[in-house]
Structures are given as C-alpha cells and as structure tokens.
Write a protein that binds this ligand. Structure first.
Ligand SMILES: Cc1cc2nc3c(=O)[nH]c(=O)nc-3n(C[C@H](O)[C@H](O)[C@H](O)COP(=O)(O)OP(=O)(O)OC[C@H]3O[C@@H](n4cnc5c(N)ncnc54)[C@H](O)[C@@H]3O)c2cc1C
Length: 286
C-alpha cells in the first residue's frame, strides 16, 4: 500500500473542515471493507484518509425519532441484523444486513459505507429503496435529506456533494401492516457479492414495491399500484405481464465475470416471484 496521511477527527465539524481543506484528495474511512481493498489495489489513491468511525454524531446507533427509525452512519451490519425493531418492522433490511460478506465483514461494514460505495450489488440498497429511506448528509451548508431513490447514480457515484458526510439513514415506520423480503443470487454459498439482489414490500392495499440490483449501473425501484402482484387469485399470465414491466429497467452488463445477462434476467424473475410470495406470507402471519 502506498503512503497516505491518516486523520481521526473527534467531531463532525472537524471532519467537515478536513474534507473542505483537502477536497478531492481526501477519502472517508468507516469500516474500511471497501476502501482498504481499493487502497491496496491502487484504484483509490487519496492523499488523506479521514477515519470517521469515532465521530459521535455518526455513532447514534439505532433509535426511534418522530415516527422514523434512525440508523446512525457508523452502525454495522451485525447490529442492524440483530436489532428487534429492524427485524420486526424492516425485515428485508435485517435480512440484507445478515447476508453481507461474513461475520468478520459484518462486524466492520457500516450501512453508510455500503450505500456510499454505491456498488450496484450492495445488499442494503434494495431494502432501503422499498422502505423509502432518506439519507441524511452533513455538509458545509448544514444538513440535507436525500431520498434514497435520488442517491444512487452509478457504481461508485452518488449524489452526495463534495464535502458532504452521511450521518444517518432514516426509515419511516410503515402506516399499516406490510410484508417484506430480501433475496439474492450468488455464485456460491459463503461470502460473495450477488449476481442479482431483490427486495420487495407488499402492503394491505396490494401495492407492491420491488427494488432490484446488480443488473444495471444502479439499483432500480418500481412500485406496482395495480394490486395484481399481491392478488392471490390473479392469473399467472397477468402477474407475468406486470413483472415484465417491473423488470424493464434491468440492463445487466455482458462484461461481468459473475453471471451472463441472460442468467441474471432469468433469476430476476425467479427471485421476484419468490420474494413476493414470502412477503405475502409474512403479511398474512402479521
Ligand atoms: C469479503 C467481502 C465480502 C463482501 N460481501 C458483501 C456482500 O455480500 N454484500 C454487500 O453489499 N457488500 C459486500 N461487501 C462490501 C462491503 O463490506 C460493504 O459495502 C460495506 O458495507 C462498506 O462499509 P464500510 O463501513 O466498510 O465502508 P468503507 O470501506 O469504510 O467505505 C466505503 C465507501 O464509502 C465512503 N463512506 C464511508 N462512510 C461514509 C460516510 N459516513 N459518508 C460519506 N461517505 C462515506 C468511503 O469514503 C468509501 O468510498 C463485501 C466486502 C468484502 C471485503
């Protein structure tokens, strides 16, 4: 690894000042499970690495505020997967957090790092989309709230402005009962980035939110208001037609080493049908 300066600010204000001083030469470090690999292989060459792990404003854990669950930026996957409120009310996010990497990775990997890295295969991206999450970012101009669907641009690129730091992710508690599920396809069991990720949430009106990733430059959210996908007696052909529309936004790369576009598109349909069935079953059970 080449030499770089290391800073460990004690406050958010200090971190923002460091970012402002170093501009594009600085990179934030949280759990390091993405960044350290990029530092090692030379694909990221910042002059300064700013370690944000100990900043109190990012370490708020998981808390309830004004009808929302607020997850501090430094919260790691292990804690998200274990939290009773996340498991009960945001089941797909708990499931996604519990399949990231391995135990060691989940003990380091933060939610903020997962979305800021903006991999199209990021497991937590699709549940955050179906739950209509908001990203809270602090910058030189103060706090900004970014709807998660406006956050992702393409691999490695988000709509965070230069100098901004994610401080938390907010999830509005659903108004009524919902059933949700996260699913994915990997090349093998054990830790691997997914060839396809998919989350869905169904509410009592039959509205179905489906988000899928790893099949294009960024994860895609589609909301089906027709009720057909959630209707147990709707004909299979009608459901298949709606799913075709839902998956129209998939554009898997032919150059990926993980899976062919044909395989990914086929798996998308399989995972979609399975996730909807699981979500409906969960809603019925309450
Ligand atoms: C072996 C292995 C297996 C993996 N398996 C999976 C998997 O199955 N699913 C999956 O989704 N991911 C997987 N990953 C990727 C990785 O673990 C996740 O993306 C992780 O959540 C990143 O979080 P981090 O805290 O380690 O981020 P870091 O590596 O510290 O940072 C990642 C990026 O986010 C930026 N960043 C971090 N915090 C902030 C912040 N507060 N504000 C603004 N920018 C910030 C950093 O500057 C950097 O660009 C795997 C990684 C490894 C090494």
């Amino acid at each position: 690894m080449y030499a770089f300066a290391y800073e460990r600010p004690a406050t958010l204000a200090e971190a923002l000042a460091l970012l402002e001083a170093h501009g594009p030469d600085a990179r934030l470090l949280a759990g390091g499970t993405d960044l350290i690999i990029r530092l090692r292989d030379g694909s990221a060459r910042p002059a300064v690495v700013i370690d944000v792990k100990r900043i109190p404003e990012l370490c708020g854990g998981i808390r309830e505020e004004d009808g929302r669950l607020v997850i501090g930026a430094s919260t790691v996957m292990t804690d998200i997967a274990a939290d009773a409120r996340v498991r009960r009310r945001f089941t797909a996010l708990a499931e996604a957090a519990s399949v990231v990497g391995s135990v060691q990775i989940r003990n380091r990997a933060t939610l903020a790092g997962n979305i800021c890295n903006a991999s199209p295969a990021a497991d937590t991206a699709t549940p955050l989309l179906v739950y209509d999450a908001t990203v809270v970012a602090a910058g030189p101009g103060g706090l900004r709230r970014i709807p998660i669907d406006d956050f992702f641009v393409r691999s490695g690129v988000t709509t965070l402005a230069p100098g901004e730091i994610v401080t938390a992710v907010e999830l509005p508690f659903p108004d009524g009962p919902i059933g949700a599920a996260h699913t994915r396809r990997t090349r093998r069991r054990g830790h691997d980035l997914a060839s396809v990720t998919l989350s869905c949430a169904v509410d009592a009106t039959g509205r179905t939110r489906i988000a899928y990733g790893s099949v294009g430059p960024r994860p895609v959210l589609v909301v089906d208001e027709s009720g057909i996908l959630a209707d147990p007696v709707a004909p299979a052909e009608a459901k298949a037609a709606v799913l075709e529309t839902v998956f129209a936004g998939a554009s898997p790369s032919p150059r990926s080493m993980r899976a062919s576009p044909e395989y990914r598109l086929a798996m998308l349909r399989v995972l979609g049908a399975r996730a909807i069935a699981t979500a409906l079953d969960r809603m019925a059970r309450g």
